[in-house]
Design a protein around this ligand. Structure first.
Ligand code: FAD
Ligand code: COA
Length: 405
């Protein structure tokens, strides 16, 4: 089964590559590719069979993501969010009704939007201000989220919010499943896509600001994390580790694609009467790129197969952080080196390198910055919690420090 999906991804990759420049130049979402992903069974491949998916593992998903990202990072990001992050949180923590509602939408091509970041809570995500206050059988949602991938094209939204009881006392952080289809205008009252960012890369993917102004959500759409709302943030972030691994796989795929282009060019292009491939300075660059790509792939596979403590359904936090950190920094360097090998041709848009160079840049920022991930990894190594807020305090972790590997 796994091979069928990876083979399908390989078969689709050339047509995705052929259209990638068009999405980039026109800043349009890759609807045509999504139809192909749906037909191939790649959208929602991680959803269990009883809900219509294929029950594919995280490892299967990251392998498919890498294949697609080699030719179109935009489409690969759709595959990430169509299988990991928000939808995987719903399938692991959700009620039967929540799963039965969300799964068919994703299988039909919807890429859920995960809504965590706010204007005043980026890296400090736990300081989010969006609230959901209970009122009878509903919650009233208020707040603003920004840089939401797919905002304006996604129908499903998983919105992280501080949950208050009727008296306004905070119970913890939970996720709310919101259906809103801004394209057809079928939105909950008070839900608004405020604006779209103009981005450096991945230009076909909307990154949008969303506002919730007294949005009424039935209480059945509260995604209750398994250990209750008090530990809700940690459980939701634990589910988010799957998306971090997915983001690393997109970065890896872009790097692998750039490396492939560079190899072809070194063999084709001649200077001083010889193929560039004969110059040792370039050979060593290519060898370093190859080595780094392989190392990232191993870290990502290790993370995808790992599980966090206490029977978690999701990748281990430290392994996910390590893999995403390494893959994202590696990919930025590898794509930069590949572009260098093309000389002026790499700088123009006849080759895909300039697009890949812009596309890859986000991966040390979105989904937890390189600095935040280093802090998490260091905390695990040392066995200490290092809250970053000014009134925070350093304390011994409840968990054992990670063993050296
Ligand atoms: P800030 O937190 O303001 O950080 C600014 C700089 O300071 C960074 O270099 C950071 O590393 C550093 N810094 C901050 N705190 C510390 C610290 N304690 N120690 C050391 N350095 C620190 N969010 C969503 O919720 N959903 C999405 O779908 C989504 N998609 C995104 C897509 C893209 C393309 C991008 C770029 C972002 C996306 N985000 C999304 C938001 C993303 O998660 C945040 O940008 C990220 O968490 C960082 O927050 P910030 O941009 O506010 O930076
Ligand atoms: N996986 C599992 N658990 C996680 C986690 C993760 N990725 N990140 C945090 N947690 C848990 C912590 O272990 C802690 O649990 P505890 O209460 O049992 O000790 C709890 O969540 C709070 O984490 P802590 O590191 O103490 O939080 P903080 O208030 O200092 O906030 C973060 C720091 C977690 C917000 C910051 O490290 C972070 O990840 N920022 C980036 C946010 C992000 O990725 N946004 C992406 C949007 S798409």
């Amino acid at each position: 089964m796994t091979h069928t999906l990876i083979d399908a991804a390989r078969e689709l990759a050339p047509s995705f590559g052929a259209r990638a420049q068009e999405w980039d130049k026109t800043r349009s979402y890759c609807w045509q590719n999504i139809d192909d992903l749906v037909s191939a069974g790649i959208m929602g491949m991680s959803i269990p069979g009883e809900y219509g998916g294929r029950g594919a593992s995280f490892l299967d998903v990251v392998s498919v993501v890498e294949e697609i990202a080699r030719s179109c990072a935009l489409t690969a990001r759709v595959v990430v969010e169509g299988n990991l992050g928000g939808i995987s949180a719903v399938m692991a923590y959700g009620s039967a009704a929540q799963k039965a509602f969300c799964a068919p939408l994703v299988l039909a091509g919807d890429k859920p939007a995960i809504c965590i970041t706010e204007p005043d809570a980026g890296s400090a995500a736990s300081q989010m201000q969006t609230t959901a206050r209970k009122k009878g059988g509903k919650y009233i949602l208020n707040g603003t989220k920004h840089w939401i991938t797919g905002g304006g094209v996604s129908k499903l939204h998983l919105v992280f919010a501080r949950v208050m009881n009727e008296a306004g006392i905070e119970q913890g952080i939970g996720g709310f499943i919101l259906f809103a289809d801004p394209r057809s205008g079928d939105c909950l009252a008070g839900f608004e896509v405020v604006r779209r960012e103009h981005t450096l890369g991945l230009c076909g993917m909307p990154e949008a600001e969303l506002r919730f102004d007294n949005v009424e959500v039935d209480k059945k759409w509260l995604l209750e994390p398994p250990s209750g709302l008090k530990h809700g943030f940690a459980d939701l972030m634990s589910a988010y580790n799957s998306q971090r691994v997915g983001a690393g796989a997109v970065a890896l795929g872009i790097a692998a694609g750039a490396h492939e282009h560079a190899k072809r060019y070194l063999l084709d292009r001649k200077q001083f009467g010889r193929p560039l491939a004969e110059f040792q300075g370039l050979q060593w660059m290519l060898a370093d790129m190859d080595t780094q790509i392989h190392a990232a792939r191993l870290l990502l596979r290790d993370a995808a197969q790992s599980r966090g403590p206490d029977g978690s359904a999701f990748p281990d936090m430290t392994k996910a952080a390590r893999a995403k950190l390494f893959a994202s920094e590696m990919a930025i360097k590898v794509v930069n080196d590949a572009l260098q090998m093309f000389g002026a041709r790499g700088y123009g848009d006849q080759e895909p390198l300039e697009r890949m160079y812009r596309d890859v840049r986000m991966f040390t920022i979105g989904g937890g910055t390189a600095q935040v991930l280093r802090t998490q990894i260091a905390g695990s190594i040392l066995g200490i919690k290092t809250p970053q807020s000014r009134d925070g305090y350093m304390r011994l972790s409840d968990t054992t420090p990670v063993a050296a590997e």
